[in-house]
Design a protein around this ligand. Structure first.
Ligand code: CA
Length: 221
């Protein structure tokens, strides 16, 4: 199981990330300072770091610079509220593998984590298939029984989450955090509404309701 280090001083976001990563099958450890982030990152005990730039003691760029100067090749995905091009360039020049700006969609962060963890091993899957449905992850297009189906970005992300987790019951809370992110009201019924959209577009019996628990993808027939 891959161990992800989350360096983030905002407790709400750190806890959102840790919960989401665990529900996606990773183990995660969170720290709130640059010094702790550096120590853990250099220890060799983690497989990837999600690094916030605005940390209280030394900023993420400094942590990254020290890490690369010490010869570490740990994959690092920078997470920051700053959106300027200058910061992006600083981050990438400083040895970051990828860059995401807040607010972000958790499913997108997961995709980037998967990509970085697999970069040297297997090729990334580009099409997910299930009972006559194909999701092309590069073009973000869905095809159902040979025809292209228009899905909104959220619908696509929700369908992708189901197809990436066959056989697994996904709770509303998991789906909310993975597809909608941390800015969403946990009491919202938006998941149910979107599952209904997907059933209309992609087949009524593809996404099953598991009473009291959530939803899961139907067994392939
Ligand atoms: Ca911060």
């Amino acid at each position: 199981m891959s161990q992800i280090l989350v360096a983030e001083d905002e407790a709400r976001i750190a806890s959102f990330l840790s919960k989401g990563l665990r529900s996606a099958g990773y183990s995660s450890v969170a720290v709130a300072t640059g010094a702790e982030a550096y120590d853990l990152a250099i220890s060799g005990d983690v497989d990837l770091m999600v690094l916030d730039i605005g940390l209280p003691d030394q900023d993420g760029f400094t942590v990254l610079h020290r890490l690369r100067a010490a010869g570490s090749t740990l994959p690092v995905i920078i997470l920051t509220a700053r959106t300027s091009v200058a910061d992006t360039v600083t981050g990438l020049d400083g040895g970051a593998d990828d860059y995401m700006t807040k607010p972000f969609r958790f499913e997108e962060l997961l995709a980037r984590i998967r990509l970085r963890l697999r970069a040297d091993t297997t090729a990334e899957v580009t099409v997910l298939s299930h009972n006559g449905l194909d999701l092309d992850l590069r073009t973000r297009q869905a095809r159902f029984e040979g025809k292209t189906v228009d899905l909104s970005a959220r619908e696509f992300a929700l369908a992708e989450t189901f197809l990436r987790n066959p056989g697994q019951v996904l709770s509303r809370e998991q789906l909310l955090s993975r597809v909608w992110g941390y800015d969403f009201d946990p009491g919202s019924n938006v998941v149910d509404v979107y599952v209904r959209y997907l059933r209309n577009k992609l087949g009524a019996h593809r996404f099953l309701t598991v009473r009291g628990m959530g939803y899961r993808l139907a067994e392939p027939s």
